[in-house]
Write a protein that binds this ligand. Structure first.
Ligand code: AMP
Length: 113
């Protein structure tokens, strides 16, 4: 996608602090962290949001959760962590490229809405 921020980050056209990269996904530090550790994990293919997950691409999600579990260990989140994905206007999604927030490094609030 030409004007997608995260596609540009994946392509290296916009700088990011890389945490992980493999053939399917890319992970980097969030520019405005909401927790002491705040990483975004994104598929390398452009999927607009979790609403676009289907039988053909859902394997990606399992892979991203595997990466999240690995990164949680590497980043020292042994006390716990959270994965969040926001969808659409009401879900608070600001970047229209599927991404999973990996948050940790403190006791996270239980507030959901
Ligand atoms: P969401 O609001 O769920 O769509 O999340 C988008 C996230 O992208 C926010 O947490 C932003 O802080 C983050 N973000 C926006 N621009 C950048 C950037 N250039 N590098 C890293 N994170 C970014």
């Amino acid at each position: 996608m030409n004007d997608c921020l995260f596609c540009k980050i994946i392509a290296g056209d916009i700088p990011s602090k890389k945490v992980w990269s493999d053939e399917l996904c890319y992970a980097f530090y969030d520019i405005a962290p909401q927790a002491p550790t705040h990483v975004l994990i994104v598929p390398k293919t452009h999927i607009p949001s979790a609403a676009g997950i289907n039988a053909e691409n859902s394997g990606l999600v399992g892979h991203i959760f595997e990466v999240a579990a690995k990164l949680a260990v590497e980043l020292g989140l042994e006390n716990g962590w959270r994965v969040v994905t926001n969808v659409g206007e009401d879900g608070g999604q600001s970047v229209k490229h599927l991404h999973f927030h990996l948050l940790g490094g403190k006791k996270l609030s239980l507030e959901m809405a």
